[in-house]
Design a protein around this ligand. Sequence first.
Ligand code: FAD
Length: 293
Amino acid sequence: MKASAFNYARATSVSDALELLRTHGDRAKVLSGGQSLMPAMNLRLVAPELIVDIGGLAELRGVAVTDECVRIGALTRHADLARSAEIAVRAPLLSEAVSHVAHPAIRNRGTLGGSLAQADPASELPACMVALDATIVIRGQAGQRRVAAVDFFTGIYETALSPDELLVAVELPVANKNCSHFFCEFARRLGDYAIVGLAAQAIVEAGGFADLRLAYFAVGNRPVLATAAAKLVGTAPTPAVLADACITLSGELDPHNDQQASSSMRRHLAKVLLVRCVRTLLDRPDLDAGGSV
Ligand code: FAD
């Protein structure tokens, strides 16, 4: 199929893009890499009257490191993230996760901002933002506002963005030097959307967790920051503790059924990922959940 007829404007600046969005409201759509928007338009799932192409706004692209944070521009492509030496050192979770996002041709065009604004619950990068405790930087006519990643995703394909706002950047807090990460997803093939996935960041001290952020994807209507992590922080990890965390996890997820996996299958896989994550981060291949997984 082909997209419905639409008008096209190439924004010359962020202010220009915001003015176009203000004028046209929800009849306009921002175009970044086009890897989600164009297929949706071709399938006529969306039919905007105006496309506001922000792809030429160089100020929205790139990685900058300050004393306080790592700032990544919204137009930074998946392939740029994968190649970035700064990201590899300061946010290796992202470097690892991005290789699971689609395929090279899509990663060459798709952008971080586009992926976060799209807010597919099975996407890797939104969950990474939650695990890394990122801040989403949004610009609108009224100025700039910042939203914690955990509050940014509000539902399936829904975010805190208004139709007249632009996601301009994300800011990652400078990671503690003892930080480690875990990323794993179950998918039918490398590059497919996840059936269930987990992005995690931790601080490991004296063989246990001083901090642990577990961000699951494809098990609810948005990335889930699992409270089960609290069961594992500040305590000696034992099979009983891990089993208790698995029970808590199971209760807080709301996985859907589809042709790829049932809800109970997803719940089971989420627990498998929790056990793998804990074993990997603590370097304890012997640790299990006492048969509860
Ligand atoms: P666009 O398609 O340009 O925009 C997506 C949406 O976000 C649109 O609604 C647009 O209006 C809005 N938007 C874009 N930028 C902004 C902004 N700065 N401010 C406000 N709104 C904005 N993704 C995964 O995460 N995992 C996968 O495994 C995966 N597999 C894929 C497989 C295929 C075959 C395809 C076609 C895509 C796949 N994707 C996957 C999606 C891909 O990662 C997209 O690149 C990404 O979701 C959107 O980025 P984009 O820059 O292309 O955004």
